[in-house]
Design a protein around this ligand. Structure first.
Ligand code: NAD
Length: 313
């Protein structure tokens, strides 16, 4: 039977790239994109699109009954920096949205559902370097708390109800197709846009704040690989660590300067520094590698070249 896929929250940074890749793999008509955003021609021209709020259980039921998805990618969430401004709203969207989607999946016999977690599940007393899969997790942001609770519910829905949830802990994601949606690692996308516009960038994190990051193509590959892997390979039912490249703003700026001589960076630190300080600087992903063969393709140099080339086109 052909796969029928629904993406929830398809118009964000991840959804834009994921939708394009899934549509090329499964065919436009088999991938329904949905988001709370209005269905204008910029969305409907690319393939089937429906306006849908994941908090609206009746609307979800209607869409699932009509389209009978075999796979669901649930991406709608409030990200770290925005959720710190609206903690209660962030918690409600991230938790209630997840429950309504998971319940709709159970009610409609959806084969598999993907729900992303984040490196924000770690906290100040987590080992910072080469952070292992299993360790102290004491997030102190509302986003991290909601993602850690979400991970526990992924495991719970799998063990209690047999829902086949797949999940990875995305690091900061860097892509050229869409702008980021209010996260702490957004600087690593903004810097490329400003480099091409002004040949300089003012960064809101300190020069030596090293964080785990990943080029979007790798994130999409990991997302599709884990969702398509045979169920018996998925041994961790909360969420997998995955690692791409780790760097700090100064290292990224130096890599850009190599491609764009004269590029300069300066610093104007804001509230996001505190969030970044509570996160790991690099991630150990041995389990993802051995369980479902995860392997990233982009290092820092390849990512910088690709971002500058794509954005200047
Ligand atoms: N981008 C990153 O660096 C990153 C890192 C770690 C984890 N993640 C996770 O990946 C997922 C996708 O992130 P993203 O970067 O694409 O986020 P984004 O903010 O760019 O996109 C989220 C999308 O969800 C939509 N949305 C918001 N509320 C909705 C609702 N009630 N119903 C339906 N749609 C709604 C928004 O309109 C938006 O298009 C999220 O779960 C996020 O926590 C992202």
């Amino acid at each position: 039977m052909a796969e029928k896929i629904i993406i929830l929250g398809s118009e964000g940074q991840v959804g834009t790239d994921l939708a394009a890749k899934l549509r090329s793999e499964y065919g436009d008509s088999n991938v329904l994109c949905t988001d709370i955003k209005h269905a204008d021609s910029s969305k409907t021209d690319l393939g089937p699109y429906q306006e849908l709020n994941v908090m609206d259980r009746n609307a979800l039921k209607d869409v699932f009954s009509k389209h009978k998805p075999t796979m669901v990618y649930h991406l709608a969430a409030m990200l770290s920096a925005t959720a710190e401004q609206f903690p209660r709203k962030g918690w409600d969207l991230n938790m209630e949205g997840m429950f309504s989607v998971f319940d709709a999946c159970l009610d409609h016999d959806v084969k598999r559902v993907f729900w992303p977690s984040s490196i924000a599940v770690f906290g100040p007393t987590t080992p910072k370097e080469n952070t292992p899969q299993h360790c102290v997790m004491d997030p102190n942001t509302i986003y991290g708390i909601s993602k850690l609770a979400g991970e526990r519910f992924c495991d719970y829905y799998f063990n209690r109800y047999g829902l086949d949830v797949r999940s990875i802990r995305y690091p900061g994601l860097i892509g050229w197709k869409a702008l980021p949606g209010g996260g702490t690692t957004d600087y690593a996308v903004d810097i490329f846009h400003k480099a091409l516009q002004d040949n300089k960038y003012t960064c809101f994190l300190k020069s030596d704040t090293s964080l785990p990051m990943m080029y979007m193509d790798d994130a999409i590959k990991g997302t599709i690989d884990i969702t398509e892997a045979p169920a018996e390979e998925i041994k961790i039912r909360s969420s997998y660590n995955i690692s791409g490249v780790s760097f700090d703003p100064e290292t990224l700026a130096n890599a850009i300067e190599k491609e764009m001589p004269g590029f300069t960076i300066d610093y104007d630190i804001d509230h996001r520094q505190k969030i970044a300080d509570s996160w790991p600087s690099s991630i150990n992903d041995d389990e993802a590698h051995s369980d479902w063969n995860w392997k990233p393709e982009f290092d820092l140099e390849a990512m910088v070249k690709e971002m500058l080339t794509r954005l200047s086109q």
